[in-house]
Design a protein around this ligand. Structure first.
Ligand code: NAP
Ligand code: MG
Length: 400
């Protein structure tokens, strides 16, 4: 069989631990037999990041800007234990944080739905994609523990030294106070990424804030979304027959719970943190969740939503059998290949991505799955066959 051709290489960001093992297996068994795979390879494994003083992470992000589409394996974000374990020169920053800062993007997470893994919320028949703003608010706050009586004020001093002041609270006794901020530029790029992604996916976009209470701060988010929509997206949305729906965050939550799903749900940073955990656990498993970083300039980085599955890796190192779910990592590859195919006009490559996703899902629907899914599946017990990591990938390869 002739292999499917590629034009522009994908940026390939290899990673750590169990997902690095999955990465190699997926390439060997599911991609290389079918596709004349072209990638520009960057090893973001912790050892290489340490050797290059993390330059390799920066290079991979720059390559993504240049080539347009990247596929990333999960990577270790070092903590004190990892510094010891890998004898690191420094506690390197989160690669995802570094890449996000360079690409200036928004992360979209979508559950992979499959028969036999049913959402806890029965009326959710289509996946809900969560778009989380990843800058500012409570994640970049400043806090003071107020020891006793006194006055707390909000002060802004402009470049000329002119002060604007507002009383926060006259404290009669102890308490707490907090300052938060966000930037118009960051909110705008968040809005653009959401509108662009909704157009790409041809799905409705929902956004909610608490602007009835936060009449300046949250209202700024609503205003920027409205301005960007009216200026650049309303016509395109109408052409595609999709809608942009703004409502209060609590109204959004209530409506989402009653909905059929299928929308893209844009959330402020904190709402996105909380709601993405709710949506992902309600849909079943982190191992069944795709994640893509979309920059406002139209650059895409696909990855799995989970980490490096350290516990399974240590078992693997001891020679014990593992049953690690590769689905999210496979979908990172298919997401990247499909986007590459669309950008380069390669229908064969787009079709291949669809076929590999179909083969993966049909394998699970036939009852062949990894342990994490076997624990939650609604398929009849006698139909379920639990496979180890390698055998599950082989089962998909056979179906391909
Ligand atoms: P994790 O790798 O997501 O795994 C946590 C647990 O979730 C696993 O122990 C496993 O449960 C289950 N799990 C996750 N993915 C699975 C899969 N594909 N198949 C089967 N089970 C799966 O999180 P972690 O162990 O907290 O973090 C490990 C490392 O990943 C850390 O160093 C962290 O920095 C890094 N991390 C990276 C990213 C990223 O690169 N995007 C994201 C998050 C974390 P059982 O053990 O019960 O089977
Ligand atoms: Mg969280």
């Amino acid at each position: 069989m002739a292999k499917i051709e590629m034009k522009t290489p994908l940026v390939e960001m290899d990673g750590d631990e169990m997902t690095r093992i999955l990465w190699a297996l997926i390439k060997e068994k599911l991609l290389l037999p079918f596709v004349d795979l072209k990638t520009e390879y960057y090893d973001l494994g912790l050892k290489k990041r340490d050797e290059t003083n993390d330059q390799v992470t920066i290079d991979s992000a720059e390559a993504t800007k240049r080539l347009g589409v990247a596929v990333k394996c999960a990577t270790i974000t070092p903590n004190a234990d990892r510094v010891k374990e890998y004898d690191l020169k420094e506690m390197w920053k989160s690669p995802n944080g570094t890449i996000r800062a360079i690409l200036d993007g928004t992360v979209f997470r979508t559950p992979i739905t499959v028969k036999g893994i049913e959402p806890c919320v029965k009326n959710w028949v289509q996946p809900i994609t969560l778009a989380r703003h990843a800058y500012g608010d409570v994640y970049k706050n400043v806090e003071i523990r107020v020891p006793g009586a006194g006055k707390a004020e909000l002060v802004f001093t402009d470049e000329n030294g002119t002060e604007t002041r507002k009383l926060i609270q006259e404290f009669k006794g102890p308490g707490v106070v907090q300052g938060m901020h966000n930037l118009d530029a960051s909110i705008e790029s968040f809005a653009r990424a959401c509108f662009q992604f909704a157009l790409d996916e041809k799905k409705e976009l929902w956004f909610g804030t608490k602007d009835t209470i936060s009449k300046t701060y949250d209202a700024r988010f609503r205003e920027i979304f409205e301005t960007v929509y009216e200026a650049d997206y309303r016509t395109k949305f109408e052409e595609e027959g999709i809608t942009f729906f703004y409502t209060l965050i609590d109204d959004a939550v209530a409506r989402i719970m009653k909905s059929k799903g299928g929308m893209i749900w844009a959330c402020k940073n904190y709402d996105g943190d909380v709601m993405s955990d709710m949506v992902s656990s309600a849909f079943g498993s982190l191992a069944m969740m795709t994640s893509v970083l979309v920059s406002p300039s139209g650059v895409y980085e696909y990855e799995a939503a989970h980490g490096t599955v350290q516990r399974h890796y240590y078992k693997h190192l001891k020679g014990e059998e593992t049953s690690t779910n590769p689905v999210a990592t496979i979908f990172a590859w298919t997401g990247g290949l499909r986007k590459r195919g669309e950008l380069d006009g390669l229908t064969d490559l787009v079709d291949f991505a669809g076929r590999l996703e179909k083969a993966t899902l049909e394998t699970i629907e036939s009852g062949v799955m990894t342990r994490d899914l076997a624990l939650i599946t609604t398929l009849p017990k006698e139909q379920v066959v639990v496979k180890n990591t390698g055998d599950f990938i082989d089962a998909i390869a056979e179906r391909m």
